[in-house]
Every structure is written in structure tokens, then in C-alpha cells.
Design a protein around this ligand. Structure first.
Ligand code: SF4
Length: 284
């Protein structure tokens, strides 16, 4: 089968830096010396590899021995988490992506400037849960449906967004908010261009192929978004973690397949998938 790759795909610099930092600290501290607060990135295969190298995971700071190091993952964490780590005499190893750090700073600045802060994002996503900890009473919105219930009736809003959201979705949300009678809206663009470039490349490729494979963690927000955008273009699309989930019927009647991958998908998964797909017979 002919396989085409998206011109931008896979690991972003934030994820690369987080893994590099985790590996460096592991080699210095040895097995059991470092504990991550949740998966370092949203990719089960990479997390398993780090676990095999000795990186434990825990959400319970109470159980950690004094002197242990705590790895804050690329999604970042709220200030209370940093405080709890320090209070227990644990060392912080901070792998928060610089762009997530910027979103945390933006939230604080908007609040200090007197705006009611609104974050466009998924309230359950770890990045959002961390970012909103940098100012009191941040409102999180992700659909137009409940805007009237959750937004104040008037006033000055300071708006930012989850780094991995699609620009079109953010633009729609800002448009919906702007149709309401707010005295002032200040919008700070906190979108990650790494994600935007992967989205553009995926949509471009979706037009050239019979079927799209989007590789990445099933819980990875940016990978889910890539799959959604490809489906929106009308292309048959599958979101898989690895080749193990591939089924021959997925490529029934297909001659050309496209492959892209989320920002937390390592090259070894992409390369193995492409290799096997290329060897798979195309439709006659
Ligand atoms: S996707 Fe963007 S914001 Fe998220 S870790 Fe990568 S570079 Fe940072």
C-alpha cells in the first residue's frame, strides 16, 4: 500500500524536553528516586518505557519518602501542588512545557489587570486544571451551549485557551462570547503553534489519501483533535495507538493511506506502523 506521511507529525519540543529531563533525572537518581505526578505525557508506550527505566507514578504525595524527587509533567500543575511538594521536603523537577508556563503567567496577569478570567478548554484536562490554579474563580468554557449560565451578565473578560485546542474552535467560542454584552474583551492567544502545524498538515494530507491513520494515546487531546479534523474533511479516519490495533478491513478498497501522529507519539511507533502498512497489500 502506498503510505504518505504528514509533513508535520509526532513529538513536539515540549514533550521531547520532558522526556529528556525525566531520563536525565532517572540516570542521576536511579530507580525509585523520582516519582511523576501522573503520566509524564499522554502516550502509554513512552510511559511504560520510563516505568521500566525506574520512573514510578503517584498521585499521593503523602506516601513519598522525604528526599524523593517529584517530576511535574509537561501539562504543568497548580501552585498548591508545588507548595505541597515543598511542604513535604520533596525536590521538584519541573518538566512543564514553556508554552503551558506562559498560559499560567497569562492567567495571573489577566486577573491582576482586573479581568474576569475565562479559559476556553476542557475542564478535565490536566493542563487546564493546572493553569486555572494561577488565579481565583477562573471560568472554563468549551461549548457555546452553557455560556449564558456560566459567564457573568456583563463586565470585562480576559480570555485565553488550552494550548492544544484547534484555532477554529477557539475562534467560534470567542465569536459566541463577543455576541454578548461585555464591556471589554481581552484575548491572549495561548495556542501552541506546534499543534496548529500538525493540524494543518493532517487536514492537507487527508485530502490526498483514501484513509487516514492518526497515531497517539487514546487520551491525548491533541491526537483526538487531529482525528476529528481529518473526519471533518470526510476522510475515513482511525485513531490508533499502535499497529496492534490495525484491522485489515480498515483499508478495504484503499490504495493510498495517510499517517500522522499527535505531539506525544514517538518516532518508533510511527516508523513501525508505516513499515507494516507499506507491506500491506493495496486494493486492486
Ligand atoms: S503540544 Fe505544544 S504546549 Fe503541549 S507540550 Fe508540546 S509544545 Fe508544549
Amino acid at each position: 500500500m502506498e503510505v504518505k506521511l504528514a509533513r508535520k507529525r509526532g513529538f513536539c519540543f515540549g514533550v521531547e524536553d520532558a522526556i529528556e529531563l525525566a531520563e536525565r533525572i532517572l540516570s542521576e537518581k536511579g530507580t525509585g528516586g523520582v516519582v511523576a505526578l501522573g503520566p509524564v505525557i499522554h502516550n502509554a508506550q513512552v510511559v511504560e518505557r520510563l516505568e521500566r527505566a525506574g520512573l514510578n507514578q503517584s498521585a499521593d504525595l503523602e506516601s513519598l519518602a522525604p528526599g524523593s524527587s517529584v517530576l511535574i509533567r509537561s501539562h504543568g500543575a497548580a501552585p498548591e501542588t508545588y507548595q505541597q511538594v515543598r511542604d513535604r521536603g520533596l525536590e521538584i523537577v519541573d518538566a512543564t512545557c514553556v508554552l503551558v508556563k506562559r498560559a499560567q503567567t497569562v492567567v495571573r496577569q489577566l486577573h491582576e489587570e482586573g479581568y474576569q478570567v475565562v479559559m476556553i478548554g476542557d475542564a478535565n484536562h490536566p493542563e487546564v486544571r493546572g493553569v486555572i490554579g494561577y488565579a481565583p474563580n477562573v471560568i472554563v468554557v468549551d461549548s457555546e451551549e452553557h455560556l449564558d449560565e456560566v459567564l457573568p451578565p456583563r463586565g470585562r473578560l480576559g480570555i485565553l485557551c488550552q494550548t492544544t485546542h484547534a484555532p477554529e474552535h477557539v475562534a467560534e467560542m470567542i465569536g459566541a462570547i463577543a455576541r454578548r454584552p461585555f464591556r471589554e474583551l481581552k484575548v491572549v492567544n495561548t495556542l501552541c503553534l506546534e499543534v496548529v502545524r500538525r493540524q494543518e498538515a493532517a487536514v492537507e494530507l487527508a485530502h490526498e489519501v483514501d484513509v487516514m491513520f492518526v497515531l497517539g494515546g487514546l487520551h491525548s487531546a491533541n491526537t483526538q483533535e487531529l482525528a476529528r479534523l481529518c473526519r471533518e474533511e470526510g476522510t475515513r479516519t482511525f485513531h490508533l495507538e499502535t499497529w496492534d490495533q490495525f484491522k485489515p478491513e480498515m483499508v478495504d478498497g484503499c490504495r493510498v493511506a495517510g499517517v500522522t501522529a499527535g505531539a506525544s507519539t514517538p518516532d518508533f511507533i510511527i516508523d513501525a506502523f508505516v513499515h507494516k502498512l507499506e507491506a500491506f497489500p493495496a486494493a486492486g
